[in-house]
Design a protein around this ligand. Sequence first.
Ligand code: G16
Length: 543
Amino acid sequence: MPIKTCQITPFQDQKPGTSGLRKKTRAFMAPDYLEAFVQSIFDGIGGVDGKVFVLGGDGRFFNLEASQTILKMAAANGAARVIVGQDAILSTPAASHLIRLNKTDGGIILSASHNPGGEDEDFGVKFNTPNGGPAPEQVTEAIHARSKELTEYRILDAADVDLGTLGDQTLGEMTVSVVDPVADYADLMATLFDFTAIRAMFESGFRMRFDAMHAVTGPYAKALLEGALGAPEGTVVNGTPLPDFGGHHPDPNPFWAKALMDEMFSADGPDFGAASDGDGDRNMVVGRNIYVSPSDSLAVLAANAHLAPGYAKGIAGVARSMPTSAASDRVAEKLGIGSFETPTGWKFFGNLLDAGKATICGEESFGTGSDHVREKDGLWAVLLWLNVLAARGESVADILNAHWSEYGRNYYSRHDYEAIDSELANTLMDDLRGQLADLPGREIQGMTIAAADDFAYTDPVDGSVSTKQGVRIVMEDGSRIVLRLSGTGTEGATIRLYLEKYEPDTDKHGIDPQKALAPMIAAAEELAGIASRTGRDAPNVIT
Ligand code: G16
């Protein structure tokens, strides 16, 4: 089969963000755009000759077409084999597992995660390294550098591969192995959790609702929850993946998963609720009449992980992204295990997991996971919660209240201001950075600022340094304001304002977080002036 070499003018806008390259779908569909980025990945990792990769995506619009293009390019560039999910479907954690299980040279995941899908919405391409994790900054920088000078790409002139049929096929000299997207992942989950105990809990009438948000987790959740664990049919809702996610944002938070929240807060709501995002790596968990913030979820899971067989020997350490609340630090301290604070982006956990320093990681952005793969894993978090609920025989509310009584409560919230003019957002951040040196000692809203900086991280394993990872303003009692710009949006800038206040007094644990955080919200406005400078009177999303 002939290999075509196509000449192009290098693209200058292919810089990967927090998690791969995310753009409008139409940008990826434009002539040569996807191809240029894929060739830059191949060249940026030193070529693909004789190598083996995993390929799959979250099923959003353009997933299948992009997969066919990538397969033909892999074949033209000399790859030996690509393992691809049936119909080009793989959740992000399942892809990470397949990369590791098959000891491959990495994988390409097609997803813009929680961003909406469709021809006029978002698409994304991400490279994961042989450890199964998102490429670290050195690798994404090499890919970006290559894209800026790339003048040609190679592609096989061949018919599309049949991705609907399981088994091996050949494409030129390359083998394409079409695999069941769920089977290996489901097997892995069975090694980690006490399925017998969870099944018995469902048999005794425990009721759950899992909202797959018409995204990739549907088939995984159905196989595991309604299949292996015997939950009644209908436990999983919106379980059929759709190219446009039914027109919704597949973003599991109280705002976008409102239907689930309403059900969980209704009279006679289920015992446990959960939702997952576009590519299955995020999770939201809710109890009956109680919302579990992702930061609290991380802390509760770290404190209770030993109840699941896969973690019965205990965990080595807990890592969280800097904007995530310090609730998990308190658990780590009590357990006498390592505690790590990294920049936002799952890629920063990779080295800690590989080195055995951290077992469980989490982020405020609805991501939780462990060393079983190198991505965050929505269903894993849901299954661990189920295992904890089955082992303790208590409700989510009881478990959360007991946790706060033992460790104190870290009131926490994130306010997102979306589609802000990029220049305005950058100026706002620069102005804030300009004030940092003078802030310590200043009184604000009845509090005293103890420290203020722009977070920089030195990886304890390889010594790499990442700077400008978010402005933090810390009060004397440990309460914090954090501000950073999102690295996953595709329109203008999103300002993320993270607010945290520690409350040790059990009598004050029942307050609405927005009320508990009111002084922090006022202090943030005084310092950064988001509302006054953007003209927005409220955040677009509050989590
Ligand atoms: C990605 C990253 C996460 C990050 C999140 C939000 O998640 O993998 O590590 O916390 O984006 O990032 P930002 O605040 O820069 O928008 P996902 O689920 O979108 O892949």
